[in-house]
Design a binder for this molecule. Structure first.
Ligand code: FES
Length: 78
């Protein structure tokens, strides 16, 4: 089953991509604006990948890969 959006806040990665593009938002700004990634947090690695690659539909990542995406993004931000 493909991962295509933030389930907690019922917003697709396609919608998030459009909002990010129009507002030129960073991950933090996009999260503040839409509340994405502020519920269970499971969508965070996908939203970060979407911002980086433009991809909006993903195979589910194994937990260690999802963690790696977040860790990598955090170190890039600092
Ligand atoms: S799926 Fe996005 S916060 Fe839960």
């Amino acid at each position: 089953m493909a991962v295509t959006g933030c389930v907690c806040h019922d917003i697709s990665f396609d919608e998030l991509k459009q909002i990010a593009r129009e507002s030129k938002s960073s991950f933090d700004e996009l999260s503040k604006k839409t509340n994405c990634c502020t519920g269970c947090g499971m969508c965070e690695p996908y939203v970060r990948l979407m911002l980086r690659t433009g991809q909006t539909s993903f195979e589910a990542l194994p937990p260690h890969e999802a963690e790696h995406v977040i860790t990598e993004a955090a170190s890039a931000d600092s």
